[in-house]
Design a protein around this ligand. Structure first.
Ligand code: AMP
Ligand code: TRP
Length: 353
């Protein structure tokens, strides 16, 4: 047991298959934080998945698949409470309460909202019928409710979510300042959290951008995706002696950097260094880089795919599992909501025990 037990919480939206950005930006730390005496809560953010909905999507099936992938990657149901966000509906109640003290101006600066706004302004396709919703604007308030409801101290997320965690800290501070010490302030996310670039050379690998390498991709798909990465430019001289990925990768074209970043995460150091050497010497090597990387990726995916397909993963067993875990987290969450109701002056619920 560690000296101090921390409360850890994080979530991922069930909007598609889990990719390498999710794994190395978030899930890897979820796994590392287990078994150290902390209380870990990991959930599937199905309410958040609804913030961009324009027609019915089978989020329930996607939730089940995501849960199976979580467990296949190494999240241990014996060590972590893994639940579905909408099975904890008092999160929505806390979000409503927190919304009462959140400025709209603050929310308009939220990255998710701003990104969508700029896509709309640029006339992006596929967003018709899905304008900026109240739910999307309130995304960070709901996320604050997720975090604060279990009194999390630590929130392991990738770099793109840092701002949202900071908003949760601000909201909690404001609440405590106005209504007395009620909520636990989470710690800030460290500044150098990972942001894995996309296979298309864009800054972020993301489910909606069609540029991901997925944990459930089979070897054929892996090779096809990696071979498709654009490597038409010849290596440029590196103006650094360092071989550190954080020094080398920003000096490469983005799509090549994406390959190197994955190599540095998956391959033994000597393999990564060998390819940095080839790059420095300006050799023609992209073909072997791609096949080598594809092998490491497929090797990494193989046991995950196998565990994902384990026959004991029936829909009924997954449902039972989610039900049991919702029961575990509910008392903790209700206690926080009731404390906030009391602090704000409406008093405790009269029908909840
Ligand atoms: P999402 O798929 O957007 O719900 O993200 C779930 C988690 O994965 C969050 O903690 C994100 O910060 C993390 N994540 C998503 N994409 C990336 C990426 N390209 N690099 C690093 N982390 C990421
Ligand atoms: N917004 C997060 C994402 O897109 C998912 C999420 C929802 C989350 N609530 C959270 C992450 C609370 C951490 C804590 O990645």
């Amino acid at each position: 047991m560690s000296a101090k037990q921390e409360i850890i919480l994080s979530g991922i939206r069930p909007t598609g298959r889990l990719h390498y950005g999710n794994y190395f930006g978030a899930i890897k730390s979820f796994i590392e934080l287990q078994g150290k005496g902390h209380q870990c809560y990991y959930f599937i953010a199905d309410y958040h998945a609804l913030t961009t909905i324009s027609e019915r999507v089978d989020f329930f099936q996607q939730t089940i698949d995501m849960l199976r992938t979580y467990v296949a990657c190494g999240l241990d149901p014996a060590q972590s409470v893994i639940y579905r966000q909408s099975d904890l509906p008092c999160t929505a109640e806390l979000s409503l309460l927190l919304g009462m003290i959140t400025n709209i101006g603050h929310l308009e600066r939220g990255t998710t909202y701003k990104d969508k706004l700029s896509k709309l302004e640029q006339g992006a396709q596929g967003l018709e019928g899905n304008p900026l919703s109240f739910g999307l604007l309130g995304y960070p308030v709901l996320m604050a409710a997720d975090i604060l409801i279990v009194r999390a101290n630590q929130v392991p997320v990738g770099d793109d979510q840092r701002q949202h965690v900071e908003m949760a800290m601000d909201i909690a501070q404001k609440f405590n300042h106005r209504f007395g010490e009620t909520l636990t302030i989470p710690r800030a996310v460290q500044r150098n959290a990972l942001r894995l670039p996309g296979l298309d050379g864009s800054a972020k690998m993301g489910k909606s951008d069609n540029n991901t390498l997925d944990l459930l991709d089979d070897p054929k798909t892996v090779l096809k995706k990696i071979k498709g990465v654009q490597t038409t430019t010849d290596p440029e001289p590196l103006d650094t002696e360092s071989n550190d990925p954080d020094a080398v990768i920003p000096r490469m074209p983005n799509s090549v950097g994406a390959l190197y970043r994955m190599l540095s995460l998956l391959a033994p150091e000597e393999v990564y260094l060998e390819f940095v050497g080839k790059y420095r010497r300006g050799e023609k090597f992209y073909g072997t880089l791609k096949t080598t990387l594809a092998e490491y990726v497929s090797k990494f995916n193989e046991p995950i795919i196998e565990r994902f397909n384990a026959p004991e993963n029936t829909p009924e067993s997954v449902k039972d599992f989610l039900r049991e875990n919702a029961r575990k987290v509910t008392p903790v969450a209700l206690e926080t909501v009731e404390a906030c109701r009391e602090a704000m002056g409406i008093g405790r619920s009269l029908y909840r025990a």
